[in-house]
Design a protein around this ligand. Structure first.
Ligand SMILES: [Zn+2]
Ligand SMILES: [Zn+2]
Length: 115
């Protein structure tokens, strides 16, 4: 994997030296896109990724490619729509929960590296 890195699913960039990305079934998402995504699912505003692609809220029918869901189950067992970020240019979608999981993963990696 290290010899042949795949581009980030959202911005299309390859990793720089020492850069970590969160893996996904169709390809990874980079730290910059995770950060953009976490902001986007909170404020719902479109933004341009570091690679120049447009990041928007994903259409209701498009499932998260990392966990394959469009909804989440609440504590009380009700289904709620799961906010997702999409990139139409690259056909990629990620939900708020996978963004958080990816962010946690990268935080943990960078902490381990500095200690
Ligand atoms: Zn990216
Ligand atoms: Zn997901």
């Amino acid at each position: 994997m290290r010899r042949n890195p795949s581009p980030c699913r959202f911005c299309g960039r390859l990793p720089g030296p020492g850069q970590h990305r969160a893996p996904g079934p169709r390809g990874p998402i980079c730290a910059d896109c995770l950060e953009d995504g976490l902001l986007l699912v909170r404020d719902g505003r479109e933004r341009i990724s570091q690679g120049g692609t447009a990041l928007t809220l994903a259409p209701a029918a498009q499932a998260c490619e990392f966990c394959d869901r469009t909804e989440r189950r609440t504590f009380f067992g009700r289904l709620r729509p799961l906010t997702r970020m999409g990139c139409t240019e690259r056909g990629s979608v990620i939900c708020a929960e996978c963004l958080e999981r990816g962010g946690d993963l990268l935080n943990r990696i960078s902490r381990e590296r500095t200690t």
